[in-house]
Write a protein that binds this ligand. Structure first.
Ligand code: SAH
Length: 289
């Protein structure tokens, strides 16, 4: 049996202790930015606290999701948001800079999947195209996940994610890797290894099914964050779902005030998946499923 990355995602080996997340300026390859920058913060206590309105919006949303988060989960989410706001001026992790909006459009939107993952008894997840850490970090915190892998192809984003992981003491449970989804899906440690694969704002559903479903363990689910209406995208993904033998997709409403048009598309893993999936990007373009 291949070593199972769902079991090893957060080992020290993968956390790359020498990644030096606090010194991005000289090595990020940001190109256009040649002016000197302040080092990006790695310690949450040096950052301004979040305003009251942030907490009000967050807690109202948690109530409507019927989520009762432990204090340590709330502390992880708080630290993540403060670091996000501090870093995003330099490396553009989000266009949303108002804390109460971050609470709603990033944190609560991410947590919209927590009730259904809890119902499914799933707490291990791989977040594809995690970017600034959504939905992976809030979900890892809320589900008290013992294994979460955040994947993004952009090194600077992974540098941020590793800073959050370290600042929140999640190193033993959460890891971040600078890899492309295609490479992860071919890695025997990850292929068919994850009870849930999540992806928000990453690509169209058809491509996501091809990239994400091979990572899902039998009995698991791929969850894609989408906006209403999803019918056209579901129809366009029909060929991909058939080719990858997906189960019948389910569309779930987020259930948070202000996110009325947000939808989760839940695609269950179905039959065995052909080893040729996912194909490389050129082949996907040439022959859409
Ligand atoms: N999920 C985050 C980020 C969305 S932006 C959020 O919702 O806020 C899409 C992210 O996917 C980017 O950070 C980009 O670098 C990453 N990405 C796009 N294609 C990818 C691929 N093939 N493999 C890994 N990451 C990818």
């Amino acid at each position: 049996m291949p070593p199972d990355r769902a079991d090893t995602a957060a080992t020290a080996k993968r956390s790359t202790p020498g990644a030096a997340p606090g010194r991005p300026g000289a090595t990020t390859g940001g190109g256009a930015l040649d002016r000197p920058r302040d080092p990006l913060p790695t310690h949450v206590q040096d950052l301004p606290p979040l305003p009251e309105l942030y907490a009000d919006v967050l807690h109202a949303g948690l109530r409507s999701l019927a989520l009762d988060l432990a204090p340590d989960a709330l502390a992880v989410i708080d630290a993540h948001v403060r670091l996000l706001l501090a870093w995003t001026e330099a490396i553009n992790l989000t266009a949303i800079r108002v804390p109460a909006e971050v609470a709603r459009l990033h944190v609560l939107d991410s947590l919209a999947a927590a009730p259904l993952l809890r119902d499914l008894g799933i707490s291990r997840l791989l977040d594809l195209g995690s970017g600034g850490g959504f939905p992976g970090i809030p979900l890892a915190a809320a589900l008290a996940s013992d294994r979460t892998l955040l994947v993004d192809s952009v090194g600077k984003k992974v540098q941020f994610l590793r800073t959050v992981i370290r600042a929140t003491g999640l190193e033993r449970r959460v890891a971040a890797e600078p890899e492309r989804a295609e490479a992860v899906a071919r890695d025997p440690r990850d292929r068919e290894a994850w009870p849930a694969v999540t992806a928000r704002a990453v690509t169209g559903l058809a491509e996501l099914v091809e990239l994400g479903l091979p990572l899902v363990a039998p009995g698991g689910v791929l969850i894609a964050w989408k906006r209403h209406p999803v019918e056209d995208e579901l129809a366009a993904a029909d060929g991909a779902m058939r080719a990858l033998r997906a189960g019948r997709p389910r569309v779930v409403t987020a259930g948070v005030a202000g996110l009325e048009d947000h939808r989760l598309v839940v695609v269950p893993r179905g039959g065995p998946i052909d080893v040729r999936f996912p194909r490389d990007p050129a082949e996907r373009r040439r022959r859409p499923l």
